[in-house]
Design a protein around this ligand. Structure first.
Ligand SMILES: *[C@@H]1O[C@H](CO)[C@@H](O)[C@H](O)[C@H]1NC(C)=O
Ligand SMILES: *[C@@H]1O[C@H](CO)[C@@H](O)[C@H](O)[C@H]1NC(C)=O
Ligand SMILES: *[C@@H]1O[C@H](CO)[C@@H](O)[C@H](O)[C@H]1NC(C)=O
Ligand SMILES: *[C@@H]1O[C@H](CO)[C@@H](O)[C@H](O)[C@H]1NC(C)=O
Ligand SMILES: *[C@@H]1O[C@H](CO)[C@@H](O)[C@H](O)[C@H]1NC(C)=O
Ligand SMILES: [Ca+2]
Length: 558
C-alpha cells in the first residue's frame, strides 16, 4: 500500500542503520497518498525510540447540502399557499399541474432541493408563477453553513422545467454579513448585466479567480435536455492542476503563495439570486403566465471544512460543522492555539514543502514568566546572525517566530525599527548623516507649550497649537502673545487699541489712565467723589441714542 511504502521511506531517513526493527503504526487507517494531506500525524519508531511525526492535514470533501440551512426570499415565493395551477413550456395549454403546500404529494418546499434524488423521480422546490408580470419574478435562495468551507468540486444546481434566463450566484465569507458576486448567468450577459460573456475554461493563471458572466447555462434547449447550471470549480483548478486534476500539488503550491486564490474557493454562505425565469422562447406570453416559474430539484455543493490544515476530520456537533483540531490548535476552524500554548504563535499549516506540507503546530507556552509575550525565541550576538543588520546601532537581534523575522533589539542613538533604520518618536532624520552615523537622528525639541506633542515631521517641523508658529512652535502668530504658550491678544496696536489714552502692555492688558476702566479703558470709572457718574453716563448714552434716532427719522422724512 502507498502509505506503508511512504512510512518505510521515512524511517529509512530517520534511522538508516537500524531500520530492521522499524515499527510503524498509523493512527488513522486512511491510505496516505502523496500530496493528499489527509493524515495529521503518524507514530514512528527510530533509533531514539517511538515518537509522533506531524504533517499538514485537511478533511475529506463532503456533500455539503446535508449540513446547510436554507432561507428562501421573499416570503410567499414558494408555490402552494394558496394552491396554484401551473403548466410547462412543453405543454403550455395543459395547465393541470397543481402546487398545494397543504398536500404533501403536491407541495414543493425548499427542503426538496437538498434531499437524495431517487432514480427517475425528481423532487423539487418550486416558486409561484409569474402572475404579477411585468413585475420581475425574483427569488433569493440562501444557503448557510455557519462554518468556513472550501469548494473542491463544481457547484451544480439542477432546474426542472428550464433554466433561468438571468441569475447570479453570490457568496459570503463572514457568515452573511457581506456578500460578493461569484458568477453571473444570462442568455445575454451584456443585456442583463452589462458584462461581456466569458467561458470559465478560457481563464488563465493570471485571472483564475475572476468573476465572470457566462451564457453557457441559460439558453433554451428544451427543459428536459439541459437542466444543470454550474459554478465551475474544476475548470479553475485545472488551470494549475492540469486536466483530470492530476497535479494537485501545483494548485496547492499556488494557493500557498496567492491567498486570494485560496479565499476565492472559501465561503460560509451562498446565495442564488433568481432574476428571470426560463422563457421557452424569445418573448413572454402574457396570456399564459402559468408556465413561468422556477423549480430546483438539487443543489449540489461539494466542499471540505476549512481547518487551516490542522485537522483531517470535521463533524457536525452542536448545530454546526466543527474541525477536529490537531497540532494543539482549537476553534471551529482550528484558528487558535489551545490554552497553554502560545496563541500569538498560531499559524495555518501549509501545503509546502510537498509532499507532506508543514503542520506549523502551536508551540507550548514556555515556563519562564518573561516568555509569555512569545516574542523572544533566540537572542544572539549581532555578528553571528546573517540577517542581524542594525547599522551599528545595536549588536543584538531577536527572532520573532510568529512573524518569522529577525529584528534588532535595543537600538541606540535614538533609532528604532527592525534594522534600527528609523528614528524614534520625537526625533527626525538628519539628512546630512548616513544611516550608520551616531548623529542620524535629531531631537525634534518641540516647545512643550506651543506644540501639540513632541513629534515632528521629516524636516523637523513640530505640530503647533492654535496661535503658535515656527519649526519648534515657540513663536506666536500676529494677534497672539506668549504667555505659557500663545494666547489671543487682549489689546494691540491695530484692532484692539486701548482707548482714552491707555497703553497696551505686552498684548496682555491695557494700562488705563486715572478715571477709566475696562479691558480697553473704554468705561468711565465711578468712585465716591463722582456720585452721579453712572446716571450721567446713562444720560449721555440715552441722549446719544436719541440723537441717532432723530437723525434716522429725518433721513426717512427726506
Ligand atoms: C436578494 O439578496 C440581495 C442581496 O444579496 C438583496 O439586495 C435583494 O433585495 C434580495 N431579494 C429578495 C427578493 O429578498
Ligand atoms: C454557529 O456555530 C456556533 C459555534 O460553532 C454556534 O455557537 C452557533 O449557535 C451557531 N449558529 C447557528 C445559527 O447555528
Ligand atoms: C501538543 O502538545 C503536547 C503536549 O505538550 C505535545 O506532546 C505534542 O507534541 C504537541 N503536538 C504538536 C504537534 O506540537
Ligand atoms: C547631522 O549629521 C552631521 C554629520 O554627522 C553632523 O555633523 C551634524 O551635527 C548633524 N546635525 C545635527 C543637528 O545633529
Ligand atoms: C514639515 O512641515 C512643514 C510645516 O508644516 C512643511 O513646510 C514641510 O514641507 C514639512 N516637511 C515634510 C517633509 O513634510
Ligand atoms: Ca430533490
Amino acid at each position: 500500500m502507498a502509505h506503508s511504502l511512504l512510512l518505510f521511506w521515512r524511517n529509512l531517513v530517520l534511522a538508516p542503520a537500524t531500520m530492521l526493527h522499524v515499527a510503524a503504526i498509523l493512527l488513522h487507517c486512511l491510505p496516505l497518498a502523496l500530496g493528499q494531506y489527509d493524515i495529521c500525524k503518524s507514530w514512528v519508531t527510530s533509533d531514539e525510540g517511538p515518537s509522533w511525526e506531524f504533517y499538514a492535514c485537511q478533511p475529506k470533501p463532503m456533500i455539503m447540502k446535508e449540513y446547510t440551512m436554507v432561507k428562501v426570499d421573499p416570503p410567499g415565493i414558494t408555490c402552494g399557499d394558496p394552491p396554484e395551477r401551473f403548466c410547462t413550456h412543453e405543454n403550455p395549454y395543459l395547465c393541470s399541474d397543481e402546487c398545494d403546500a397543504s398536500n404533501s404529494d403536491l407541495a414543493h418546499p425548499p427542503s426538496l432541493m437538498f434531499d437524495k434524488e431517487e432514480e427517475g423521480l425528481a423532487t423539487y422546490w418550486q416558486s409561484v408563477t409569474w402572475r404579477r408580470y411585468p413585475e420581475p419574478l425574483v427569488a433569493n435562495i440562501t444557503l448557510s453553513w455557519n462554518k468556513s468551507i472550501e469548494l473542491t468540486d463544481d457547484i451544480v444546481v439542477t432546474f426542472e422545467y428550464g433554466r433561468p434566463t438571468a441569475m447570479m450566484l453570490e457568496k459570503s465569507l463572514d457568515y452573511g454579513r457581506t456578500w460578493h458576486p461569484y458568477q453571473y448567468y444570462a442568455d445575454d450577459c451584456m443585456e442583463a448585466f452589462g458584462m461581456p460573456s466569458r467561458k470559465v475554461r478560457d481563464l488563465t493563471a493570471s485571472n483564475a479567480n475572476r468573476v465572470v458572466c457566462t451564457e453557457e447555462y441559460s439558453r433554451w434547449a428544451g427543459s428536459k435536455k439541459e437542466k444543470n447550471v454550474r459554478f465551475e470549480v474544476r475548470d479553475r483548478f485545472s488551470i494549475f492542476a492540469g486536466p483530470d486534476l492530476r497535479k494537485m500539488e501545483n494548485l496547492y503550491t499556488r494557493m500557498e503563495s496567492a491567498k486570494g486564490l485560496k479565499d476565492f474557493f472559501t465561503l460560509t454562505d451562498l446565495r442564488l439570486r433568481l432574476l428571470r425565469p426560463a422563457l421557452g422562447g424569445t418573448y413572454v406570453q402574457r396570456e399564459n403566465l402559468y408556465k413561468y416559474f422556477y423549480a430546483i430539484s438539487n443543489f449540489e455543493v461539494i466542499a471540505r471544512c476549512k481547518c487551516n490544515l490542522h485537522a483531517n476530520a470535521c463533524n457536525f456537533r452542536d448545530g454546526a460543522l466543527q474541525c477536529e483540531c490537531e497540532h494543539n490548535t482549537t476553534g471551529q476552524d482550528c484558528g487558535r492555539c489551545k490554552k497553554n500554548f502560545r496563541s500569538k504563535s498560531w499559524r495555518s499549516g501549509s501545503y509546502t514543502p510537498t509532499p507532506n506540507g508543514s503542520p506549523n503546530a502551536s508551540p507550548p507556552k514556555s515556563s519562564s514568566p518573561l516568555e509569555h509575550s512569545a516574542v523572544k525565541v533566540s537572542e544572539t550576538l549581532g555578528k553571528s546572525v546573517k540577517d542581524c543588520e542594525c547599522y551599528g546601532h545595536s549588536n543584538r537581534c531577536s527572532y520573532i517566530d510568529f512573524l518569522n523575522v529577525v529584528t534588532c533589539v535595543s537600538c541606540k542613538h535614538s533609532t528604532r525599527g527592525q534594522h534600527c533604520q528609523h528614528c524614534r518618536l520625537g526625533y527626525y532624520r538628519n539628512i546630512s548623516a548616513e544611516l550608520d552615523d551616531e548623529n542620524v537622528c535629531i531631537e525634534c525639541n518641540c516647545n512643550q507649550l506651543g506644540s501639540l506633542h513632541d513629534r515632528c515631521n521629516e524636516t523637523g517641523y513640530c505640530e503647533c497649537r492654535k496661535g503658535s508658529i515656527s519649526p519648534k512652535c515657540d513663536d506666536c502668530l500676529p494677534g497672539y502673545h506668549w504667555r505659557q504658550g500663545c494666547q489671543p491678544n487682549v489689546c494691540d496696536d491695530e484692532l484692539l487699541i486701548c482707548q482714552n489714552g491707555g497703553t497696551c502692555h505686552q498684548g496682555q492688558r491695557c494700562i488705563c489712565p486715572v478715571g477709566f476702566k475696562g479691558a480697553l479703558c473704554q468705561d468711565v470709572k465711578c468712585d465716591s467723589s463722582h456720585r452721579n457718574c453712572d446716571s450721567a453716563s446713562g444720560a449721555l448714552a440715552s441722549s446719544f441714542f436719541f440723537l441717532v434716532f432723530t437723525l434716522t427719522l429725518s433721513v426717512v422724512d427726506i
